[in-house]
Design a protein around this ligand. Sequence first.
Ligand SMILES: [Ca+2]
Length: 277
Amino acid sequence: MASNCISRRELMGGAAAAATVAVCGGYAPGAKDNATSKPKPKAPRTVTNSVGMTLVRVPPGEFLMGSARREKGRHDDETLHPVTISRAFYIGVTEVTQAQWQAVMGFNPCKTKGVKLPVHGISWSHAVEFCKKLSAKEGKGYRLPTEAQWEYACRAGAKAAFAGSGDPDKMAWHMDNSGERVQRVATLAPNAWGIYDMHGNAMEWTADWYGGPHGKKAATDPKGAKQGKERVARGGSWLHFGRACRSAARVGVRPTWAPEHVGFRVVMAPHDAAEKE
Ligand SMILES: [Ca+2]
């Protein structure tokens, strides 16, 4: 379960490190003042907010977005190109659950109900509204991931079609193992960064407009097409074949449509307040 990922030691790591400096750093003539030499506390690896949503820190880095021509099941819009993610961000370790949606929005829109099931059957606009309300509730900036942030977090360093073990049956609820119904979050294996259900279960809205194939040029923090008629949804779902749950697979969905197989997860951007690496 997602809660297994939460380490109180990790959450306390920054404060503990600061306390060590304060206790051990005795005064010595000529030495720098402790107040100015104290190392910057490390950002916590995970955070959990007031609605029980755990998010894991994703470090900045570079990756190849899209898929190689030899990848089975690929589509022509998955043009392989280098992408830099310049700043760390936090992403939900699971899709937004119905319990979390209920806590923020005050109602449950799902036909198939369960507190640990991902919320689904919601439009892009409803997902954005959720982010706005959660941001106001928490005093922090929550939003949908960009398509690049989503794929970077999905891969967690993996270059193959599927992250982790590379076996979709171990990571993804898809049509051949789900009984063609939505499943509880975090019941299959996570990827290398401890993130569940990026492959399969509910397909996930991203922030970006769908604008056709990726460009070939290298990009830093890309935000998709400037305009469009569809938003990008990622990761395939319980309704799709396993190959549709690949890291690079992309779908354009009308933002007013609320398909039963589509949900979302959120990102929280610490650089709005601090961190830059
Ligand atoms: Ca998913």
